[in-house]
Structures are given as structure tokens and as C-alpha cells.
Design a protein around this ligand. Structure first.
Ligand SMILES: [Fe+2]
Length: 170
């Protein structure tokens, strides 16, 4: 399947993994801290996202019918998982399941915002450090060299006046 992809299409090497949520970092799911309804809402949204992605994979793989068929089978599974988790959430929270889903969506949006903020902060940090290194550091290096030229070379005699034993400033 991969061989067929390589032969029929251009190699795309862009991987935007930091954009996609997964069970790591902010999105690491700690099952013991969740309750049944929040877990089911989380699972439903995850299964829904997976089904959406596999539908896209299925749609774009016209050049590789074999892989397309595999993604079609996985899509059926994901659709079943999505419907099952929704049904179970409705069963245990018949009146508040919509609120649970809304809260889970807000949580995902908040995490997406945090991921984006971290990425933007990383870019700003890199730019700031590059500017410091290539713009500010040469100025300080120039000033330090100029100041070094006015300093006497070698050892200099210590101050001959007596020093106080109570203060470092005489
Ligand atoms: Fe699934």
C-alpha cells in the first residue's frame, strides 16, 4: 500500500504532529480522575474525531483502492464506537448528556488553545533569542573589546591604605 502511494504521488514530508491532540502532554487522559459521564463524553468526541479523519483518509485514497478499503472498514468501526459511546452517555445521563458533551468540547478547545499558545510562545522565544544573539551580543562584544583596550595590561599593585575588618567598603 505504501509502495503504491510512493509510486503514484509526490512525497509530502510535512508532519504537523504538534497541532493534533493525542494522549500525551495536555491531552494525557488520567482515567482514575474522571467519572463515567466525563469519560464517555471524552470517548465520544475522540471516536467522532477518529471517524471524521478516517472518512477523509478514505475519500483521498482514490489512487490506492486496497488501502481505501482498509480505511473504509476502520471507518465502520469508528462510527460504531462513536454511536455506542453516545448511546451509553445518553443512558447514564439522560437529561444532561448534551451539557456533558458541551463541557467536553470546551475542554478540548481550551487544550487546543493552550497547544497553540505554547507553539506561538516557542516561535517568539526562538526569534527573541536569535535577535539577542545576532544583534545585541555583537554590540556588547564590541563595547567589551573597547573597554579592554583602556585597561592596563598585567598585574596592578593593591591599594596600600589599611582595610577595615568590619566592612568590605573600608
Ligand atoms: Fe475507536
Amino acid at each position: 500500500m505504501l509502495r503504491a502511494l510512493r509510486q503514484n504521488g509526490p512525497a509530502v514530508s510535512l508532519q504537523a504532529n504538534w497541532l493534533s491532540p493525542g494522549e500525551r502532554g495536555l491531552d494525557d487522559l488520567q482515567v482514575e480522575k474522571e467519572n463515567d459521564h466525563s469519560l464517555l463524553a471524552f470517548l465520544h468526541l475522540s471516536e467522532r474525531a477518529a471517524a471524521t479523519r478516517f472518512a477523509v483518509y478514505h475519500d483521498v485514497l482514490a489512487i490506492d483502492p486496497e488501502t481505501r478499503a482498509v480505511f473504509g472498514e476502520i471507518l465502520k468501526d469508528e462510527a460504531f464506537h462513536m454511536n455506542y459511546t453516545h448511546k451509553q452517555l445518553k443512558r447514564i445521563e439522560p437529561r444532561r448528556y448534551a451539557t456533558r458533551l458541551w463541557l467536553a468540547r470546551m475542554s478540548r478547545m481550551w487544550k487546543a488553545y493552550l497547544r497553540l499558545s505554547v507553539a506561538v510562545a516557542g516561535v517568539f522565544g526562538a526569534v527573541f533569542l536569535l535577535v539577542q544573539y545576532f544583534v545585541l551580543l555583537p554590540v556588547f562584544a564590541f563595547l567589551a573589546k573597547r573597554a579592554a583596550r583602556s585597561e592596563p595590561e598585567g598585574w596592578t599593585a593593591a591599594d596600600a591604605r589599611p582595610h577595615s575588618m568590619r566592612s568590605q567598603y573600608r
